[in-house]
Ligand binder design. Structure first.
Ligand code: E4P
Ligand code: PEP
Length: 276
């Protein structure tokens, strides 16, 4: 893979790790592991505030929640849009947690920037170059998820689009790739996390919820991700996953999240990082 394809993202051209700062949270190599948690989708005020309070009490430092939801079926839940953004703003005001939420449309980047501390680019949009350029024109942190069939070189070149526009605050998120295996929803590629550490200075986080599609596997994959060098985790938590409007099987309950955090702590200590 020619490094010239992504000079700004490459470790050769930028040998010190990038640390992305979001409020009081620092994300990158050498920093404590950042836990971003919350519902897959913002479904209601009560569901979001309940989850935000729970994840904050258990040690998460960033709140996730989808307002604009990518959906394979046009009949599937599409997200509450601006209403959801307003609910996230209320959750942030109450808990102090910065917000990560997805933007899918280049025309909504300005709007979503008014609410988001981290703009999420989902797997389906990793190669939406107009969207990448648009978020690159802001200085808001961007979490760029790996395309479900993207090679590392393609992913790093997508990051390069954002960096080239002048936004240095890019975080990469491994969220699993499509393989022949169907037991898990995706195949979480933890080798990619270790490999990226030798290719790029950008922070790398892992989403074991999308990566496995199975709540029972999320805690183990969180531990694996931190053991191989992930700088953070993106975890879906729902007060009643069986009633979720999207992705119920992969969302852990607040009780499950409590167990996960307890199980994660010794691994974060073992790699000399701790949890943010
Ligand atoms: O939360 C993420 C996506 O919106 C979700 O995984 C899409 O699922 P679908 O492909 O079943 O619509
Ligand atoms: C849509 C999401 O994930 P992905 O793009 O990885 O499918 C999400 O995290 O809400």
């Amino acid at each position: 893979m020619p490094e010239l394809a992504y000079p700004l993202a490459s470790l050769t051209h930028h040998p010190t790790p990038t640390v992305v700062t979001v409020g009081s949270v620092q994300i990158g190599e050498g920093c404590p592991v950042v836990v971003m948690a919350g519902p897959c989708s913002v479904e209601s005020r009560e569901q979001t505030l309940t989850t935000a309070r729970a994840v904050k009490a258990l040690g998460a430092t960033v709140l996730r929640g989808g307002a604009y939801k990518p959906s394979t079926s046009p009949y599937g839940f599409q997200g509450l849009g601006i209403e959801a953004l307003e609910i996230l703003a209320e959750a942030k005001a109450e808990t102090g947690l910065p917000i990560i939420t997805e933007v899918m449309d280049p025309r909504r980047v300005e709007l979503v920037c008014g609410y988001a501390d981290i703009l999420q680019i989902g797997t389906r949009n990793m190669q939406n170059y107009d969207l990448l350029r648009e978020v690159g024109k802001t200085q808001t942190a961007v979490c760029l998820k790996r395309g479900m069939s993207a090679s590392l070189a393609e992913w790093l070149q997508a990051a390069e689009y954002i960096l080239l526009e002048g936004n240095p605050n890019v975080i990469l998120c491994e969220r699993g790739i499509r393989t022949f295996e169907t037991y898990t929803r995706n195949t979480l590629d933890l080798a990619a996390v270790a490999a990226l550490k030798s290719l790029t200075h950008l922070p790398v986080i892992v989403d074991p919820s999308q990566g496995t599609g199975r709540s029972a596997l999320v805690s183990a994959l969180c531990r694996g991700a931190v053991a191989v060098g992930a700088d953070g985790l993106l975890i879906e938590v729902h007060p009643a996953p069986e009633q979720a409007l999207k992705d119920g099987p992969q969302q852990v309950t607040p009780e499950g999240f409590a167990t996960l955090m307890t199980e994660l702590a010794p691994i974060a200590s073992a790699v000399n990082r701790g949890i943010a």
